[in-house]
Write a protein that binds this ligand. Sequence first.
Ligand SMILES: O=C(O)[C@H](O)COP(=O)(O)O
Length: 343
Amino acid sequence: MAATSFHQAIGTLQPHGCFINSGCHQEYGNSSLQLISKGFRVDIGRRGSSCSREWSFVVSQASTSQASVLNPVSSPSKKTTTDSQKKSSEAALILIRHGESLWNEKNLFTGCVDVPLTKKGVEEAIEAGKRISNIPVDIIYTSALIRAQMTAMLAMTQHRRKKVPIVIHNESEQAKSWSQIFSKETKTQCIPVITDWQLNERMYGELQGLNKQETADRYGKEQVHEWRRSYDIPPPNGESLEMCAERAVAYFKEYIEPQLLSGKNVMIAAHGNSLRSIIMYLDKLTSQEVISLELSTGIPMLYIFKEGKFIRRGSPVAPTEAGVYAYTKRLAQYRQKLDDMFQ
Ligand SMILES: O=C(O)[C@H](O)COP(=O)(O)O
């Protein structure tokens, strides 16, 4: 499909940077998603200087391998995937660092101390939910800490599929038996939430509860930066990022990767450092590169897992040009289905 007819399909886009709730913005988003959901590929180019930028689009036939992905809305929990389906199946992985916590607000080292969100952190979690509201989620993993669990639950209040996230209780036989759901139909409308300490924030040892600025004044900025961001240097009697990775990445490989391989779409709500260790694994970062990796509170990151590889797709921001770029054919189909279901 030539670019000109694509332009005709959506009219002439406003130059970049001048979008202020421009209808064109939304129209572009939807048109691109429709094209992607029909197997086209939309590559976005920019020309010209900053605000007078023109957008160029190349619309081409996407690779046929996308055509055989499972449709996530009608059968997200399909158990029997054949090897070829597994090979071609694609799954979404969403990572979210918890919203601002009460000790983030006070600039205190938190680590494994179980501190809730601030009002701003609640708002961040809800905003994160809006940004992923069109992306399929079949199973949710959180740490054992309330700030991550609050973030996951608040985010899911914004999801358009309206499934109910249910925290799974397997801590004892009685807990398992007393939390059973006895309706098959109700179960299909639920999303299991698995909580596990292995995804907890790195344990900050003797820094937990100390003020970060006061600690830097006392031990020096460089020393505190080394404790906070280096790979293998632990804080006093605490965990280094490497030690945190030994549990968080091990857990990801053992429990979460098999879910993705079976085509399940996963969301993980965790912490600045437990997620840094997982992203280091996903992006194959070196111990030098990971030093500069910082995660903001409440900003979702999207990866596509396909044929054993993790492809970073940026932070979904609803169907803006950046958001659309994050969409694959399968995600565009899912969003189209949601539009059809909840028009
Ligand atoms: O544990 C904490 O204090 C924060 O979650 C992360 O802190 P950091 O950004 O200093 O690692």
